[in-house]
Ligand binder design. Structure first.
Ligand SMILES: *Cc1c(COP(=O)(O)O)cnc(C)c1O
Length: 362
């Protein structure tokens, strides 16, 4: 692969972050872009000032959804170093998502290196307050201007960066989740395990209806039997029963979360009995009635851990810990955020360090 070209944006004042960052509202000065053409492969890799995309209205991805994306985070540690959490695993997952929808594979070390350069260039945008981060959004789009259903021949990979605030500005509070069986998000052998926009389009109406009923998010059941729990909103789900912590086994329709993987590892490190298996809604309800359902929580890059205080299904309201976050959820949240901030030892080498060297401009 050719060199990475870098063009630095002009800026005459230092970066100043607003006090309330929110989520996904603010973007940094630079983007990474790379093009794919059948005869050249991936080429034209560059970091350049952020600007709007100029697209032909027939650009294929707009019409037929040939897009994959990722979401990961960079942090400033307490000693001022810049780290990215498990970037290689995210880029590999991008490739896995791509396979299912006929997007060409990227070279993982090349993209990882480009990502480190991009984060290094925009490092002044990384917030330093606790629980804040630089959210990283890589995505690939089918870029041919053509109307007709087939894979695009040309593609564009773009990485944008957005400084984000704590997902829970008012603290780590439990959320209300509604079990949904009127709609399905994904089915086995469909697109559920890919991070591709179709899955989010499929989830919008259910989430809006849940919000109207006073719930924050939806707990999805499997798309075939509507019997087994799969995911909560855009997070993976964990259940703490009296003697066992469980999470749904990956079955093709569940997104294999990096946070899910990290939480499973941490629980194993702690000697907790964690099992990946099928979990039916019936089991959850009957364990709740027996008093054995202790905690439910979601895991994902954006919120990290989200404690579920109330689980609703039709007329049943299962009250778990409606006021305070669950004990294990809080412990995991503290563990992961302490790894991000460099307070805890990174025993599994989940942090990739971004060098603080001045960038070489080609
Ligand atoms: C991104 C995502 C997750 C969480 O994955 P992480 O790698 O932990 O961020 C879970 N479910 C869905 C549907 C997602 O899109």
């Amino acid at each position: 692969m050719e060199n990475l070209k870098i063009k630095i944006a002009y800026r005459n004042t230092p970066v100043e972050l607003p006090p309330n960052l929110g989520f996904g509202l603010i973007f940094t000065d630079h983007v990474f872009e790379m093009d794919y053409a059948p005869e050249k492969g991936w080429h034209n890799a560059s970091i350049k000032p952020l600007k709007d995309l100029a697209l032909h209205p027939a650009t294929m991805f707009i019409h037929y959804g040939q897009v994959v994306f990722e979401g990961l985070k960079a942090f400033k540690t307490i000693s001022g170093e810049v780290v990215i959490f498990r970037p290689e695993k995210h880029i590999k997952r991008l490739n896995n998502s791509s396979k299912r929808i006929c997007i060409p594979q990227v070279d993982v070390p090349f993209v990882l290196n480009a990502l480190r350069e991009l984060v290094a260039i925009d490092k002044d945008w990384i917030p330093i307050n606790k629980y804040e981060a630089l959210y990283i959004r890589p995505f690939i789009i089918g870029s041919d201007p053509f109307l007709g259903v087939k894979p695009s021949t040309n593609y564009k990979l773009i990485i944008i960066l957005s400084p984000v605030g704590a997902y829970y500005p008012e603290g780590f509070k439990p959320v209300k989740i509604l079990v949904q069986d009127d709609y399905v998000r994904a089915v086995r052998k469909g697109l559920g395990e890919c991070k591709t926009p179709a899955n989010y389009a499929a989830s919008l109406l259910a989430a809006e209806e849940a919000k109207k009923r006073g719930y924050t998010q939806v707990l999805w059941l499997d798309g075939i039997e509507q019997k087994y729990i799969e995911e909560v909103g855009t997070m993976n789900i964990f259940i703490r029963f009296k003697n066992e912590v469980v999470t749904p086994k990956l079955n093709g329709s569940i997104l294999p979360g990096v946070t899910r993987d990290s939480v499973i590892q941490i629980l194993k490190d702690w000697g907790v009995n964690i099992t990946e298996r099928f979990i039916s809604l019936d089991e959850i309800i009957s364990e709740y009635k027996k008093g054995n359902l202790l905690e439910v929580f979601g895991t994902g890059t954006a919120a990290i851990i989200s404690s579920v205080g109330t689980l609703g299904y039709k007329d049943l309201e299962m009250k778990l810990n409606p006021v305070e976050a669950g004990e294990l959820a809080l412990k995991l949240f503290n563990e992961l955020t302490s790894i991000h901030s460099g307070q805890n030892k990174d025993i599994h080498n989940w942090l990739t360090y971004v060098e603080n060297k001045p960038v070489e401009i080609i």
